[in-house]
Structures are given as structure tokens and as C-alpha cells.
Design a binder for this molecule. Structure first.
Ligand code: SF4
Ligand code: SF4
Length: 114
């Protein structure tokens, strides 16, 4: 008969890193300094929406076996980015942010005008 007091073998812990949860943010800036795309890799679930909506082929999925779905988005060609923001608006996980100097200036000007 099994002894209830026998300790069960421990399951190997799932590390935050292997689950894709460890904080891991990368930012890429265009050569003219105008545009920065930031990927919060720990939020990216590899759904590909951003890469599909990008009209300029800036984003590509790359293999990442340690992540949720085994893929993650990467910035491949920031020089082509027109800062349309589609990727940021469409990402369901707030994993991608686009910052563009001119757009930010325009926003500030609008606010100042009221
Ligand atoms: S839409 Fe968001 S979650 Fe999906 S691949 Fe792109 S960055 Fe990752
Ligand atoms: S801002 Fe527009 S062009 Fe730039 S990466 Fe996102 S979807 Fe592509």
C-alpha cells in the first residue's frame, strides 16, 4: 500500500524566462533618429498580427522556442517604417510601441492650440 507520507517528486519549475515572462524589452531606432520601435518581448505571444498589418514589411516573426507560441516578432527593416502606428494599435498585448519625433511634436502642437 502506498505511503501517503512519501514526498512526491518535485515537478521541474517553469522559469519566468522559459514562459516568456521575464522582462525583456528591446528598442531599435532608425538611422535618422526619427523613429524608435520598442518590443516588449515578454508580452509578445507571437500572434503575427503586427507583421501582417505592417504595410512596409518592417516586422518579421522569428523562431523563439522558449516563447509562448515558439515565435516572436522582430524589427527587421526600421528604415522602411512610416510610423503609421498600425502595429501598435493592432497588437492585443501592448507588446509593440512606435515613437516618431515628428508625430510627437504635432501632438504637442495640437494640445497647445487646444
Ligand atoms: S501583435 Fe503583439 S503579440 Fe502579436 S506578434 Fe505582434 S507584438 Fe507580438
Ligand atoms: S508603424 Fe507602421 S510601418 Fe512602422 S512597423 Fe508599425 S505598421 Fe510597420
Amino acid at each position: 500500500m502506498a505511503d501517503n507520507n512519501t514526498p512526491k517528486p518535485d515537478k521541474p519549475p517553469i522559469s519566468e524566462e522559459s514562459a516568456g515572462l521575464a522582462e525583456d524589452t528591446v528598442g531599435i531606432t532608425s538611422s535618422d533618429g526619427q523613429t524608435t520601435i520598442t518590443i516588449h518581448r515578454h508580452f509578445c505571444k507571437g500572434c503575427e498580427i503586427c507583421a501582417e498589418v505592417c504595410p512596409k514589411d518592417v516586422l518579421k516573426m522569428v523562431v523563439a522556442p522558449d516563447r509562448w507560441e515558439g515565435t516572436i516578432v522582430e524589427v527587421m527593416n526600421i528604415e522602411n517604417c512610416n510610423a503609421c502606428m498600425l502595429c501598435e494599435y493592432q497588437c492585443p498585448d501592448f507588446a509593440i510601441e512606435v515613437f516618431n519625433v515628428k508625430k510627437e511634436q504635432k501632438k504637442k502642437e495640437k494640445k497647445a492650440v487646444g
